[in-house]
Design a protein around this ligand. Structure first.
Ligand code: SAM
Length: 272
């Protein structure tokens, strides 16, 4: 779970609809964007491509392959760091994000770096693009785990990809949902069922309104979702915690990272 909680909230596991998820997460990311970019911006790099808190980059992993000359869409693009990396490697990178404030940071970095990522405000469940517009769609901890109607989002990716197109995304490793979201030793003891898909929900103490949501899918859920939308899974990357890495990001830490995977990167191709 993200390390934000900007207002006083209580945490629950309870069902939430897509509309509730979006109504909570858009404003939440607007509130949190300045702190997120101030805290993590240097680690991400203005034109860097980091796949997760372990710090593995696209340069290290090569998950997308050669992007030169390709049309590439990033879901949950935030300040557009990854798409800016795509642009500096010859690809035509485009961003989409739910949060207006995150996109303002993207514009700021466009100006500061001189590498412009054309971006649109929208939701990954309803992509404002024609069918077969992109060669690659990717997502680095953006959008997918914040969505309730995940089948709709994966269907949208399949629709906007060209035949044979690549879909790669990182999410919190599904096994992490068994553990308390604690970077310390308490985060090493399984306390909840891996198979409990009930969403993680924060509720604003003052208003009683849902203010933040994350959704859990098991490894098998992801495989079925991809296969059900015409994708062939070609890799599942589980980045190991680097020996010399000692940065805490929310529930991610060296203490946990040396023992349990924190990030899963799914790589799939559209078969038709
Ligand atoms: C953890 S940030 C990751 C941003 C960027 N990929 C990075 O590495 O910094 C998650 C992003 O997903 C966006 N997001 C959440 N729900 C979304 C949705 N339904 N559609 C598109 N973006 C969404 C948030 O606004 C936020 O910018």
């Amino acid at each position: 779970m993200e390390d934000h909680q900007p207002q006083s909230v209580r945490v629950e596991r309870r069902p939430v609809s897509e509309q509730e998820s979006r109504q909570a997460n858009g404003p939440d990311w607007d509130r949190y964007a300045d702190e997120y970019q101030a805290t993590h911006g240097a680690f991400l790099g203005d034109a860097g491509f980091v796949w997760g808190p372990e710090g593995h980059t696209e340069d290290d992993l090569g998950v997308l392959g050669d992007v030169a000359g390709l049309d590439v869409l990033e879901l949950g693009s935030g300040a557009g760091q990854c798409s800016r990396w795509v642009r500096t490697h010859g690809g035509r990178g485009f961003g989409l994000d739910l949060s207006h404030r995150q996109l303002q940071h993207s514009l700021r970095l466009d100006g500061e770096t001189g590498v412009v990522v054309p971006s649109v405000r929208g939701t990954a469940t309803d992509l404002p693009f024609a069918a077969a517009s992109f060669d690659v769609v990717f997502c680095s901890f953006g959008a997918l785990q914040f969505i309730s109607e995940i089948a709709q989002a994966v269907g949208e990716v399949a629709r906007v990809l060209r035949p044979g197109g690549r879909f790669a995304f990182s999410v919190t490793h599904p096994t992490r949902w068994m553990f308390p979201d604690d970077p310390g030793v308490p985060g090493l003891t399984a306390t909840q069922s891996y198979w409990d898909r009930t969403p993680y929900v924060e509720i604003d103490d003052a208003t009683g309104v849902v203010s933040y949501v994350e959704h859990h899918r098991t490894l098998g859920d992801w495989v079925r979702l991809l296969a059900g939308h015409g994708f062939a899974l070609t890799d599942l990357v589980e980045p190991e915690w680097p020996e010399d890495h000692d940065r805490v990001w929310g529930g991610w830490s060296r203490t946990r990272g040396l023992l349990t995977p924190g990030t899963a990167i799914f790589v799939a191709h559209l078969t038709a």
